[in-house]
Write a protein that binds this ligand. Structure first.
Ligand SMILES: [Fe+2]
Ligand SMILES: [Fe+2]
Length: 155
């Protein structure tokens, strides 16, 4: 029987799901700060928090994929790099006070991450359910020991 996607934007690994929610919150927070014309200092603080959080999340997610022997890891890692490059460009726009370009890029990054969570992370979730849950949950849990914080994996 074919497995179905979990709740929208959930991969079923609680640690990753929590990180995904935080990523979206940070992007939404930046957009709100921009609309409210918050000082550049606040935008820089949010951009730095986003960069740090995205790096930790991508590293944790890739470690879990590696532990589960996910065949799509190489391509997935490249996509993460693409997003990280984008947020570094966001920081550059802020530094040079290019507000309009910053807003455009921020929009792009928000759409990018929503699509990535739905499609690519969603594919990983399905793959975990279809191929790896029973055999590899132990490995996923093992890889998780090296993550930034302890995680639990729901079957
Ligand atoms: Fe991902
Ligand atoms: Fe992710």
């Amino acid at each position: 029987m074919a497995r179905r996607r979990r709740e929208e934007l959930e991969v079923g690994v609680s640690h990753l799901d929590a990180q995904h929610r935080r990523l979206v919150e940070l992007l939404v927070g930046m957009q709100a700060a921009l609309i409210e014309k918050q000082p550049a200092r606040e935008l820089r603080r949010l951009a730095a928090a986003l960069t740090l959080h995205a790096r930790i999340h991508f590293s944790d997610e890739e470690m879990i994929m590696e532990g589960a022997e996910y065949p799509g890891l190489g391509k997935h890692r490249e996509m993460h790099r693409e997003f990280t490059d984008g947020i570094l460009r966001l920081q550059t726009k802020l530094r040079f006070r290019r507000t309009e370009q910053f807003a455009e890029l921020l929009n792009f990054e928000r759409e990018w991450i929503a699509r990535h969570l739905d499609e690519q992370d969603g594919q990983f979730s399905l793959w975990l359910q279809e191929n790896a849950v029973e055999e590899n949950l132990g490995k996923v849990g093992g890889a998780a020991e090296n993550c930034s914080i302890p995680i639990t994996v729901s079957a």
